[in-house]
Design a protein around this ligand. Structure first.
Ligand SMILES: *[C@@H]1O[C@H](CO)[C@@H](O)[C@H](O)[C@H]1NC(C)=O
Ligand SMILES: *[C@@H]1O[C@H](CO)[C@@H](O)[C@H](O)[C@H]1NC(C)=O
Length: 265
């Protein structure tokens, strides 16, 4: 008992430890709101992965990580890489993050990048990454546009398809239908099991191969009787004798039939 507790305890600590430490907590939110924190935690499955894409002009590529150093550049979540000189330009720091969440998307901002040289009043670069729900297992990362032909509010916009931000679809099966499925399964097991038992071990033939044939046929009769009693307003047996003559059956035939029936009893 003690031994098993000792072996389980570290595992438990490990599990709770892993659960508590979100890699996305490496990102620092500009405004520390609960909803932005939740949006960020949705991206947890995307951490420890590097996403790369070609720029529009083909002479740059972009490297993106969720709350991790992209291209090995400290605190940079998104960097631009020059194809020729291998020079890295910081587009945004994950230490300056915003995360906005919709029904099936998260918009991630990395701000505080390297200042523009000439464009955009030499303000810091910033990246916006639109992460949308996709059921495809492939995470498709693309650059959408580099909006830098204005005085301020310039940005680099990217898109990433991922199942991480898809809304959780509740199980379509209600408790009732699950119960019904279980009952049907039990019934199937009962019938096939009973059938095999009757056939192979008891050696029954024909309809008698059905499990508990005698019981079920009796049960069927009883049910029919019960239904007859409950549902029929005028039972044949209780029919007053005066009616018999008016019925469809010829008068002479019926008493004979009744007598035949009584004989064996
Ligand atoms: C993610 O990367 C960090 C740093 O390299 C590492 O400590 C951590 O174990 C990794 N996590 C997973 C789930 O791979
Ligand atoms: C971005 O991160 C780098 C590296 O830590 C740092 O030098 C720079 O000041 C940061 N930028 C902003 C705006 O915080």
């Amino acid at each position: 008992m003690l031994l098993s507790l000792r072996t389980i305890a570290p595992l438990f600590v490990l599990l709770t430890g892993v659960q508590a430490a979100f890699i996305t907590d490496n990102c620092k939110l500009i405004s520390d709101s609960e909803s932005e924190k939740n949006a960020l935690h949705l991206l947890e499955p995307l951490t420890n992965q590097t996403f790369t894409t070609e720029g529009k002009e083909q002479d740059y590529s972009y490297i993106f990580q969720v709350c991790g150093d992209a291209g090995g550049l400290k605190d940079a979540g998104l960097v631009q890489k020059e194809k020729k000189g291998e020079k890295l330009v910081r587009i945004g720091n994950y230490t300056k993050t915003r995360a906005i969440r919709g029904s099936d998307w998260v918009l991630l901002f990395y701000e505080g990048g390297e200042n523009y040289d000439t464009h955009c009043s030499k303000e810091p670069r910033r990246a916006m990454i639109m992460i949308s729900c996709s059921t495809s297992t492939k995470n498709d990362f693309t650059v959408v546009l580099e909006d830098n032909q204005k005085q301020q509010g310039c940005y680099y916009l990217f898109e990433l398809d991922s199942s991480a931000v898809c809304p959780l679809i509740p199980s379509k099966l209600s408790a009732g239908s699950i119960f019904l499925i279980i009952v049907l399964c039990c019934l199937a097991v009962y019938i096939t099991g009973g059938f095999l038992y009757q056939r192979l071990l008891v050696g029954a033939k024909g309809v008698e191969q059905f499990p508990n044939y005698a019981f079920w046929s009796e049960f069927g009769n009883l049910t029919a009787d019960g239904c007859d009693f409950v549902c029929r307003s005028r039972g044949n047996r209780e029919e007053p004798p005066t009616y018999r003559g008016v019925g469809t059956d010829p008068l002479g035939e019926e008493p004979e039939e009744r007598d035949d029936h009584l004989l064996p009893m």
